[in-house]
Design a protein around this ligand. Structure first.
Ligand code: CAO
Length: 518
């Protein structure tokens, strides 16, 4: 390990360039290529990446300093020497053009890059924008660049969408230039955004929230590293107020914003606005001796999923009993024979088959909500997940195309999958792609329960222990084996009436299995 000086590299012809952000602090462990400082000239914003990996031992510059090539930035205790990196550059557009008729906005000189990914289009038709306001964000494997507008005016047409690839000179859109607007400096973007779109004023900053949450109305002043960091955390930059030099968004702003959101969520607030009381903080040892045991990993993962599913999905649960007297007679008749083939034939295999066939009749219950919640995704396949209780927690392996398989094949697959799940040998891909889940507590007991839907599925069938009950056949009471069913549905997708029709169909199909099989 050695202490190594890191200098400002070749930054073109620029001299005495403003440092607008210092992205590391003493003690940080940095990687080669990680951004160290952001520089801003009147033409471009650049980030200076680390030429080597190591630990930051001293920082020789601060925000507001002016630097040129060769100036000392910081000292790093090296761990791994890497090739020298070149600065990343956010290129800005060329000189303004003003005209009364719509003008073309084109991709300016973006260095040697070609076919660069458009990751964000920051404008829409009708937007009134200011010169230097960001139009697009481009991303190469080396840098993220913002393309600012070369003039003020009203956007009349957009020719590019996120996901497109662009090169210098490509048409971004058309703008009706605003002849009355004057040049706006690129660094006053918050002011720019609010004056540019007076119909959408920037909301007041709530005094109670540590991180100002604002709507930037388009132009977000943040460097590539901060954008990348925010993307990794899923933080929406347009909701974060920049506290850096000239209103620039810093890494700390993102961290503060995410912390504030997490705190709100933990307190039951957050987007859901539940405004719950905080959890009770109980010292259990006060009431007797206790032992503390860490939750197993799978329990933590499935717990977080169950919690989200319970809170986010409006569940409706319907209960019914299916007469499985004939089904059980058939199962018992076949049991010895199938055992010789090494197959354990339990009621669950019949259930998987009958549920899969019923889902073909009621495809809504086999559907999912699209990610944006605006559409339904209908699936042509039926993959049934089965909840398996294991010493490590709950696993849900999936039986694919269960509607097309015979009961014996399903029984074989089921015992093989549940055996491997219980041994912790199930693969993640064997638990993906389910369209509906069955959770059977039949071998264990219980008369009914409220199963939690496995998002993004919209239904789950809970099965409890079958029991012989007296059933009136119109002339006399007969002993019938009744199987309790508990069907939970996502009420956003399936109404109770459709759910009841599905459950009745399923119960009848279980009672008249021979009809279904024929
Ligand atoms: N009613 C009465 N008996 C039942 C039954 C039911 N609904 N379902 C199964 N049984 C019987 C079986 O017939 C078998 O008896 P025989 O050996 O006499 O035939 C016995 O119970 C044991 O069955 P099994 O558990 O070996 O097999 P299975 O196919 O019923 O279940 C599996 C497999 C993997 C689903 C089960 O082992 C399991 O893990 N269940 C728990 C699921 C769970 O925890 N769900 C979550 C609930 S919410 O947290």
């Amino acid at each position: 390990m050695a202490l190594q000086d890191v200098f400002v590299p070749d930054i073109g012809n620029y001299k005495n360039v403003d440092i607008i952000e210092v992205l590391v602090k003493i003690g940080d462990e940095i990687k080669a290529e990680q951004s160290l400082i952001s520089l801003e000239t009147d033409k471009a914003t650049m980030e200076v990446p680390a030429p080597i990996a190591g630990i930051v031992k001293a920082i020789k510059v601060k925000v507001g300093d002016k630097v040129s090539q060769g100036d000392l930035i910081l000292q790093v205790e090296t761990m791994d020497a890497k090739a020298t990196a070149t600065p990343k550059e956010e290129t800005k557009a060329e000189a303004p053009v003003q005209n009364d008729t719509p003008q073309e906005l084109r991709v300016p000189d973006i260095g040697n890059y070609k076919n660069v990914n458009v990751i964000e289009v920051a404008i829409k038709v009708g937007d009134v924008i200011k010169k230097e306001q960001s139009l697009l964000t481009l991303e190469t494997d080396k840098a993220t660049m913002e393309v600012p507008s070369s003039m003020s005016g009203t956007i009349t047409e957009i020719k590019i969408k996120a996901g497109d690839k662009v090169s210098q000179g490509d048409l971004i859109g058309l703008i009706k230039a605003d002849s009355t607007s004057t040049t706006v400096t690129p660094t006053t973007q918050k002011q720019t955004a609010s004056t540019a779109a007076p119909s959408k004023p920037t909301p007041a900053i709530p005094a109670t929230i540590a991180t100002p949450i604002i709507n930037n109305n388009g132009y977000i002043h943040a460097g590539p590293a901060v954008r990348q960091f925010a993307r990794e955390l899923g933080a929406d930059l347009s909701r974060i107020g920049g506290t850096g030099m000239k209103g620039r968004l810093t890494r700390e702003d993102v961290v503060r914003f995410v912390k504030a959101e997490l705190t709100k969520a933990a307190q039951g607030g957050g987007g859901a606005g539940l405004n719950l009381l905080p959890d009770p903080q109980v010292d259990f040892a006060e009431f007797g001796s206790v032992k503390i045991e860490k939750l197993p990993r799978i329990k933590k993962i499935s717990g977080a999923n169950l919690y989200r599913n319970w809170v986010r999905i409006p569940h409706i649960t319907l209960f019914d009993e299916a007469d499985i007297t004939d089904l059980e007679a058939l199962r018992k008749a076949k049991k010895a024979e199938t055992e010789q083939q090494g197959i354990k034939l339990t009621p669950l295999a019949f259930l998987v088959k009958v549920v899969a066939s019923s889902l073909k009749e009621y495809p809504l219950i086999n559907s999912s909500l699209s990610n944006d919640g605006e559409s339904l995704v209908h699936k042509d396949y039926v993959h049934v997940g089965v909840a398996v209780d294991t010493p490590n927690g709950l696993y849900v392996p999936v039986i694919r195309n269960a509607d097309q398989k015979g009961i014996l094949n399903i029984a074989k697959e089921l015992s093989e999958l549940s055996k491997r799940a219980k041994e912790g040998k199930i693969k993640p891909e064997e638990m993906k792609g389910g369209t509906f889940t069955i959770s059977s507590l039949g071998s264990l007991g219980s008369t009914a329960f409220t199963p939690i839907i496995n998002m993004p599925e919209v239904g789950i069938l809970g099965v409890s222990k079958s029991e012989i009950k007296p059933k009136w056949d119109g002339a006399e009471f007969k002993p019938r084996l009744m199987l309790p069913l508990s069907l939970s549905l996502d009420h956003r997708v399936v109404d109770g009436a459709e759910g009841a029709r599905f459950l009745t169909f399923l119960s009848k199909a279980l009672a008249n299995l021979s009809e279904l099989l024929l």
